[in-house]
Design a protein around this ligand. Structure first.
Ligand SMILES: *[C@@H]1O[C@H](CO)[C@@H](O)[C@H](O)[C@H]1NC(C)=O
Ligand SMILES: *[C@@H]1O[C@H](CO)[C@@H](O)[C@H](O)[C@H]1NC(C)=O
Ligand SMILES: *[C@@H]1O[C@H](CO)[C@@H](O)[C@H](O)[C@H]1NC(C)=O
Ligand SMILES: *[C@@H]1O[C@H](CO)[C@@H](O)[C@H](O)[C@H]1NC(C)=O
Ligand SMILES: *[C@@H]1O[C@H](CO)[C@@H](O)[C@H](O)[C@H]1NC(C)=O
Ligand SMILES: *[C@@H]1O[C@H](CO)[C@@H](O)[C@H](O)[C@H]1NC(C)=O
Ligand SMILES: *[C@@H]1O[C@H](CO)[C@@H](O)[C@H](O)[C@H]1NC(C)=O
Ligand SMILES: *[C@@H]1O[C@H](CO)[C@@H](O)[C@H](O)[C@H]1NC(C)=O
Length: 436
């Protein structure tokens, strides 16, 4: 090490410090001093650069630093994972430090006017601490700032991440949220999603970034946005909301027509729609729509729906990409039609999708009908198909099916017989001989 003539000065073994202090183990190189565990008790007017590692301080006192190292330009203090600095004592007079590096010290916050005590400061590295909120002190005049590996609390406003100069805040993209919400997600991305969510929110509604998930396939961070337009007097489905909205609350409005779910492509990304307590009368026009085969939650409680295209819904659910575990339907509190034509098919559908239909027993016949308020799932066929005219339609269809089936069997049987007969006797069936 001394080969190049560099003056290495290992301080007389370990400088025995006061009782309260750990021994410092320092190495000097020109005007640089590298210490472990502590700073030495002597004063070093010529030192301009001081690195201290593995400190176990509870107080970081800039007055002590200044007294021992009056010409210091660089101060680097790095703790261990157990170091906990509770207090930072600012210098009584401004110091000429150009670089300050304070890491692994579990610092939770800095004095509000921290930087104003270092008027020539250029580089501030306070990464690897326990900062939860953006520091209140000024970053004006600094050339480089490092803030990553702290404990950014993302339930606070993250507006600052969008405002700071990214030329100065070098590791802005590495900052991550600590714990919920958005545990371990990039602070900058969350701030951006929040801004988009706010800026593109439906007028009169509230929009909220619930969480972000990393797409398994693409690795891209996807926002999950919830829009709440409940009880806002809407008479139709909103035509504008943040892109990537997944959850839409529209309870307690005056919406009647759901055609936009089929026609407006903005609804393609929406997974959950809550339309309880509106005046929806029909969802027939959703038949064959993209949305029906991609929905996750469709809540239509307490509307004015009398019947739904049971076969179309059945078909859509069979092809639904979220089946079976994520799909949830709510259909209770509607005046369901309980006649022979609709109820049996409807009941069949309800039975088939009972795991997905959450409020199964609230799906009841219309109040003023024969089976008033009986759960559709409890209806017996005879209870709804009692009048002869209703009965015969279904029965006639069944009968017709039976007749057609018998005819098919007869024709096949005759064909087999004729073939066998021809093979045996060589005679063609009578009908063939009569054909021209
Ligand atoms: C003092 O520091 C030197 C260089 O970092 C190291 O080799 C030595 O083991 C240290 N001594 C003690 C007692 O920590
Ligand atoms: C001393 O601290 C500075 C600033 O953090 C750093 O760049 C440098 O690598 C450190 N030197 C040593 C030997 O740890
Ligand atoms: C501190 O670091 C050491 C070694 O790096 C590790 O064994 C220990 O578990 C860590 N302690 C805590 C509290 O993280
Ligand atoms: C800032 O401090 C962290 C933690 O000690 C360190 O890993 C990083 O290299 C430092 N960055 C710069 C540019 O010195
Ligand atoms: C920093 O703030 C403290 C109290 O908050 C105040 O006493 C002190 O004068 C301030 N120092 C500077 C340099 O602004
Ligand atoms: C984040 O801040 C909120 C208040 O703004 C507080 O209630 C919550 O405990 C903090 N979370 C963490 C992990 O510190
Ligand atoms: C928002 O609500 C107010 C009052 O409820 C209403 O006058 C206004 O037209 C609504 N704006 C939109 C865009 O719906
Ligand atoms: C939506 O907003 C309404 C009215 O402001 C509120 O009562 C309701 O709890 C909100 N719903 C959700 C899911 O946040």
């Amino acid at each position: 090490m001394q080969a190049k003539g560099v003056l290495w000065c290992v301080f007389a073994n370990f400088i025995v410090a006061t009782v309260a202090e750990k021994r410092a183990n320092c190495t000097r190189k020109d005007t640089k001093l590298f210490c472990e565990k502590n700073i030495p008790i002597d004063d070093f007017p010529s030192i301009t650069w001081l690195n201290v590692t593995q400190v176990d301080w509870e107080t970081l006192d800039f007055n002590v630093v200044h007294q021992k190292f009056p010409n210091l330009r660089l101060l680097s203090v790095v703790g261990t994972n157990l170091t906990k600095v509770h207090k930072i004592t600012l210098p009584d007079t401004p110091l000429d430090l150009r670089i300050i590096h304070l890491s692994s010290l579990q610092i939770t916050n800095f004095p509000d006017n921290f930087t104003s005590h270092f008027p020539f400061l250029d580089t501030l590295n306070i990464s690897g601490n326990f900062l939860g909120e953006f520091p209140k002190f000024s970053f004006a005049g600094l050339g480089s700032v490092y803030l990553s590996a702290n404990q950014w609390n993302c339930s606070n406003s993250l507006e600052w991440a969008l405002k700071v100069n990214r030329q100065v805040f070098k590791d802005l993209e590495q900052l991550r949220c600590f714990k919920m919400p958005h545990n371990n997600k990039p602070v900058l991305a969350i701030a951006q999603f929040r801004k988009i969510t706010r800026d593109s929110c439906t007028p009169n509604c509230s929009c909220h970034l619930i969480k972000c998930i990393t797409d398994m396939e693409t690795g891209v961070l996807e926002p999950i946005i919830e829009v709440n337009c409940s009880f806002r007097g809407f008479v139709e489905l909103p035509s504008k909301f943040p892109p990537k909205t997944k959850i839409l609350h529209l309870e307690g409005n005056f919406i009647k027509d759901l055609d936009a779910l089929r026609t407006n492509p903005i609804y393609r990304d929406v997974l959950d729609i809550y339309l309880d307590n509106n005046i929806v009368t029909s969802i027939n026009n959703l038949e064959g729509s993209y949305w029906l085969t991609h929905l996750r939650v469709f809540s239509l409680r307490n509307n004015e729906i009398t019947e739904i295209p049971a076969y179309a819904i059945d078909n859509a659910l069979e092809h639904n990409t979220n089946m079976p575990n994520a799909v949830r339907l709510f259909l209770g509190g509607n005046p369901w039609r309980c006649d022979c034509l609709f109820a049996p098919r409807f009941k069949e559908m309800l039975q088939k999708y009972a795991p997905q239909i959450i409020d199964l027993r609230d799906i009841r016949c219309a109040k003023d009908s024969d089976n008033s308020l009986i759960p559709v799932i409890d209806l017996s066929r005879t209870a709804v198909c009692h009048s002869p005219s209703e009965y015969t339609i279904q029965e006639a269809l069944d009968l017709l099916n039976g007749v057609l089936a018998s005819l098919i069997i007869f024709v096949l049987g005759k064909l087999a017989y004729d073939y066998y007969h021809y093979k045996k006797t060589g005679r063609l069936p009578w009908i063939v001989t009569k054909l021209p």
